[in-house]
Design a binder for this molecule. Structure first.
Ligand code: SF4
Length: 318
């Protein structure tokens, strides 16, 4: 028996193209403890959002989950039929999607959108019970009850994202996956949305998998961070360690490229370009850009290993 609430083992998602498979997620393994906030970061194309969608079984062709296992507690989600999985979704594991603007139905009132989600995922909680809780549910995400009667076009971006959070938590899931929940929102609203997400997470005692690229936001919200590069997890560590003592050369460059008051006016990027996932580099996928690469790096693929308690890194230096 494991005490993890969510466990992802050797997850692989490939997109099949005429030129061959694009390995968007290539052997990703990590786990969340109950009540934990875990951040998955990486540049675009690193596989972080694909990982989130694959956990929710929302990958669409030409993408396919090619391998791996996902466990919710001791239940192996990968073994469930589509119908069984549909019931688990929202009731036990919910997604707060990227771009709330596009994920709400423009011709349905907020109340009907929430009930619609409940109807298709019902699991013990009746529609009537949820309907009675709707004003309280909206209050939890900082919205007034009158929002229930409004259409999406009558809401601001921040309000739409709050509605998405309300839909996500309507059946009190154990795990909330939030995929870049504040993209396209201004900084003040971003902060409010993250606070709301934090409040509902604490209220439900749920775990959160937060997917994003904003390290500042991650620093304030999560307990641990997993850094993705080229479809692989290259480092996992408590959030403080990632900022004070990054181990993987990619994480080190990522942290040193963050703007600070000391380096004001100096923008430092990471030299080189992200790898092609159609024909990834041999050995370590980061080796063409790595300032610390040595002979072995282009020959052997490093494995993610725990090199000291709580510190996982995939690099031949360790
Ligand atoms: Fe750099 Fe080699 Fe480590 Fe890859 S394995 S990050 S190339 S030192």
């Amino acid at each position: 028996m494991s005490d993890d609430i969510l466990r992802v083992e050797d997850l692989k998602v490939y997109y099949h193209t005429p030129s061959g498979p694009v390995k968007a997620v290539d052997g990703v393994t990590f786990a969340l403890k109950p009540g934990e906030r875990f951040g998955l970061v990486g540049e675009s194309g690193s596989g972080k959002s694909t990982t989130a969608l694959a956990i929710m079984r929302l990958i669409k062709p030409p993408g396919f989950i090619e391998g791996g296992r996902v466990y919710l507690g001791d239940q192996q989600l990968s073994e469930l039929s589509n119908e069984e999985f549909r019931r688990v979704r929202l009731a036990e594991i919910a997604l707060v999607p990227q771009g709330a603007m596009n994920s709400l139905n423009p011709v349905m009132r907020v109340k009907d959108q929430i009930l619609d989600g409940v109807r298709s995922h019902q699991n013990g909680t009746s529609e009537r019970q949820v309907e009675e809780r709707l004003p309280e549910l909206l209050g939890t995400v900082g919205l007034q009850p009158n929002v229930l009667g409004l259409y999406p076009h009558e809401l601001s971006g921040g309000m739409k994202q709050r509605v998405c959070i309300a839909i996500g938590i309507s059946l009190r899931p154990k795990v909330i996956i939030a995929d870049e929940p504040t993209s396209a929102l201004d900084v003040v609203v971003q902060r409010q949305i993250m606070q709301t997400l934090g409040n509902v997470q604490e209220r439900l005692g749920a775990s959160v998998l937060l997917v994003g690229h904003d390290m500042g936001l991650m620093a304030q919200f999560v307990d641990r961070i997993g850094v993705m590069y080229g479809g692989k997890l290259v480092e996992i560590a408590p959030v403080r360690d990632i900022f004070t003592e990054p181990l993987h050369p990619y994480t080190q460059l990522l942290i040193s490229s963050l703007p600070s008051l000391e380096t004001k006016g100096v923008f430092r990027g990471i030299p080189g370009t992200p790898p092609s996932l159609l024909s990834p580099p041999s050995g370590c996928v980061f080796h063409p850009r790595c300032p610390k690469a040595f002979a072995r790096c282009s020959a052997d693929i490093p494995n993610l290993r725990e090199i000291k308690p709580g510190r996982w890194v995939s690099c031949h230096l360790y």
